[in-house]
Design a protein around this ligand. Sequence first.
Ligand SMILES: Cc1ncc(CN)c(N)n1
Length: 223
Amino acid sequence: MEAKITATETWRRKHRLLHAGATRHPFIRGIRDGNIDISAFKTWLGQDYMFVRAFVPFVASVLTKAWKGSNDSDNDVEVILGGMAALNDEISWFKREASKWGVQLSNIAPQKANQEYCRFLESLTSPEVEYTVAIVAFWVIETVYQESFAHCLEDGSKTPPELKETCQRWGNEGFGEYCNSLGKIVDRQLEKASDDVISKAEATFLQVLEYEVDFWNMSNGGT
Ligand SMILES: Cc1ncc(CN)c(N)n1
């Protein structure tokens, strides 16, 4: 008997070009091929620190929605809480990494693509946004980083040694398992969602992928 294809897998296949645009971006290919421009890496580092700070209240809102709106709220809250704990470490890591590379975090202003992405996250914190839609956004955001940075650690990659720790942060197996847990929550939610919520959730999936592409473009010198 053939295994049933999940909703998340269906979306990934249906939108594979955009998905690959986000997870195999030239910025990531540059790390993997060992020819990344270090100034692009430093731009990404500073901008991503700003992004992560704005990501925390978004994740807190997903946690609240899970607590109120999930029929397996104990499991969901624990998975999301694990993500929040990882974000706490991530913020400390950004500070250490920035000082290692001489990036002054206090002097950084978010660029346009970053501001727009953070505004989008803020719009998803509204109580009117369904849990299913918010958890889809959360899952894609985390999974894009997991798949992108894991690609830089695969056999045959020429990732510079000084960037390996960055790739490990999101490319490690534990982070992969956490993303799979988020994907399972998404699939469970989508199975019982109305057509209207499913359409909104798919539109959110696409929006996140587009914001992620713009974010990498910004690090490579775009706006
Ligand atoms: C832009 C972006 N997207 C995703 C992640 C992973 N939390 C991140 N740190 N930054």
